[in-house]
Design a protein around this ligand. Structure first.
Ligand SMILES: [Zn+2]
Ligand SMILES: [Zn+2]
Length: 343
């Protein structure tokens, strides 16, 4: 079978690899049909994640946003799984024993294995996965099924933030994750203001019913956001950029007793006024990937909003063009919303 293998830093090649053997108990073999590419794929590709992920990660088949069809179901799998079914893949496998695992938060497991990062992922024609990472999904477009993973990050973020009906919520950053947070928060009945540097990226959220604002600078955006949620300021602000200026704006903008939620990933540092945390008594919350129940919630969000989500897919490439697709996505950040690879 064909596999797009990341053989080293910034080196991906299409190779022939042996197919996985027949699935064992509680295992499923799937044929990935569509694989979404995101920022963490760029970080892995450029070698920035290799050390954090525990030493040498190469060679590795990347791809953790996977829409697939079931091609073989192993013994003792749950009855709902059938050959031919379309599925989304939850990329996380946790150890079950460390502190976060024992307090019900396996998504922050110290030893977790993510498909496409720690174990081989979706950029190949067949993939063997534990059955509990396979979620049947009703959508005619496999690329939409692949979006269950980024949507699951948004579900996690909105759950962490405890967003309630009628609340005013600000989302900084209108990339795929920011847009998905907007979607999930709107579904919960919140009023949402989305902020991005690029006006064209705000159209999708505006179409869903969000209000939008073009980023100018920290002070101006903070003032506008606080006016929008007057008099106290927004009770919830998400940063979906990982940019230090946006993180500053989040902490300055959010209401006292509010929730500031960090979703955008970054290795950068940010300086904050310490008094903002104490005076406001903020809940400063970080978001990783999601838990099993939340992945199920994300699948339901995708099934309800497939038509809208499909419009987030800006570019599609066949599997043999995977190296080119990754480069294209990295080199054209303003043009690209979501790149999907699949035949
Ligand atoms: Zn991703
Ligand atoms: Zn663990």
């Amino acid at each position: 079978m064909r596999a797009a293998v990341t053989e080293g830093v910034e080196a991906m090649a299409l190779l022939e690899r042996p197919e996985p053997s027949e699935p064992g108990p509680h295992e499923v073999v799937v044929a990935p049909e569509a694989v979404g590419i995101c920022g963490s794929d760029y970080h892995f590709f450029t070698g920035e994640l290799s050390e954090a992920a525990g030493g040498s990660q190469f060679p590795r088949v990347q791809g953790h946003e996977i829409g697939a069809r079931v091609v073989a179901v192993g013994p003792a799998c749950r009855g709902e799984l059938e050959v031919g079914q379309r599925v989304a893949v939850w990329p996380l496998q946790a150890c079950g024993e460390c502190y976060p695992c024992t307090v019900g938060r396996p998504n922050t497991c110290d030893a977790f294995e993510l498909i496409g990062i720690h174990v081989d992922g979706g950029l190949q024609e067949r993939l063997s996965v534990p059955e509990d990472q396979v979620y049947p999904i009703r959508t005619h477009d496999p690329a939409v099924a692949a979006l269950a993973e980024p949507v699951s990050i948004a579900v996690r973020a909105v759950n962490r933030a405890r967003v309630e009906r009628g609340e005013r919520v600000v989302v900084l950053g209108a990339g795929p994750i920011g847009q998905c947070i907007c979607l999930v928060a709107l579904e919960r009945g919140a009023r949402v203001l989305v902020v991005d540097l690029q006006e064209s990226r705000l159209e999708w959220s505006a179409g869903l019913g969000a209000e939008t604002l073009v980023w100018t600078g920290v002070d101006e955006v903070v003032a506008t956001g606080r006016r929008w949620a007057r008099p106290a300021g927004p009770p919830v602000v998400f940063d979906a950029t990982g940019a230090p200026a946006a993180v500053r704006a989040m902490v300055d903008m959010v209401a006292s007793a509010g929730r500031a939620v960090q979703v955008g990933m970054s290795g950068e540092e940010v300086s904050l006024r310490i008094g903002s945390l104490t005076e406001k008594e903020l809940d400063l919350l970080g978001v990783s990937c999601c838990g099993a129940a939340e992945f199920g919630q994300a699948v339901a969000v995708v099934e309800r909003n497939g038509g809208e989500l499909q419009r987030l897919i800006s570019h599609r490439f066949a599997l043999e063009r995977a190296p080119e697709a990754l480069r294209f996505a990295m080199e054209n950040p303003t043009e690209v919303m979501k790149v999907v690879i699949g035949d």
